[in-house]
Design a protein around this ligand. Structure first.
Ligand code: GLP
Length: 248
């Protein structure tokens, strides 16, 4: 696990974008595992900028997203498909046919999830998986629980996650209660993982993930078992690691 300790959100975003751009330069037809949330917004902004400057092309890039809310249509402004379109896909030359986000309106979730995993497996897994982290240590929507779930699956969102995400909706009641999330099999199968976090409210989750016991009670702790993880955090998200004497 390599840790980049950056001064603030902007520096974290730039570093994450550099790592993603390097992956695309190295492998123009790479399969990117993409994430949503406020954490990666800045990195996507840098990638769009660099694309507009002609420094980078997504022409042959393929992508699979981590998760989607159950019940939200792709054009709902809080759906993760909408997020990806408005933060990245609509502004670069990626082929829309090469982008995948779980279908929040699927009528047969089990078949959909099986197909999602089969697709990722058939591609030889993701080349670079971008991750944010929940305050409770969730990655994708793999919430704390009694076991790590391997497959893409339907998740009941933790009350704390509903609270955290309520800021994006008109009211807490509007936050979907379920999501479809890539499981740990697809995440751990990725050749490289890029975990990003910013802000003091992520400091416990980052400390638990890097130094804590590997346990489904802190889902991101499983990343300690992955051979190629890059963690990019700002000072605030690093603060609990610093207090524990961790050097980076
Ligand atoms: C959301 C997403 C995660 C994201 C996390 C943190 O619920 N499912 O993929 O990493 O919570 O979000 P944010 O970056 O907005 O803090």
């Amino acid at each position: 696990m390599r840790i980049y300790r950056e001064k603030d959100y902007e520096a974290m975003s730039r570093r994450a974008a550099q790592i993603i751009a390097a992956e695309i330069a190295h492998n123009p037809a790479c399969l990117l595992g993409l994430a949503t949330g406020s954490t990666p917004e800045g990195a996507y902004r840098y990638l769009v900028d660099w694309y507009k400057q002609g420094l980078l092309s997504f022409k042959d890039v393929r992508s699979v997203n981590l998760d989607e809310y159950v019940g939200l249509a792709p054009d709902h402004d809080q759906s993760y498909r909408y997020f990806m379109q408005s933060n990245l896909f609509d502004h670069v030359d990626i082929d829309p046919a090469n982008t995948r986000v779980p279908d929040g309106l699927t009528r047969d979730a089990k078949a959909f999830c099986d197909e999602y995993d089969a697709f990722i497996r058939a591609q030889g897994y993701v080349d670079l998986q971008l991750l944010g982290i929940g305050r409770n240590g969730h990655i994708g929507f793999n919430e704390p629980g009694g076991c790590f779930v391997k497959e893409t699956h339907v998740v009941d969102l933790a009350e704390s996650t509903i609270d955290a995400n309520a800021r994006f909706f008109a009211s807490r009641d509007d936050v979907p209660k379920q999501a479809i999330s890539m499981g740990m099999g697809a995440i751990m199968g990725a050749k490289k993982v890029l975990l990003c976090a910013s802000g003091e409210e992520k400091a416990d989750a980052i400390c638990g993930s890097v130094l804590g016991a590997i346990s489904p009670s802190c889902p991101a702790s499983i990343l300690q078992l992955h051979p190629d993880v890059i963690v990019v955090v700002d000072e605030a998200a690093f603060s609990k690691l610093a207090a524990a004497g961790f050097q980076a």
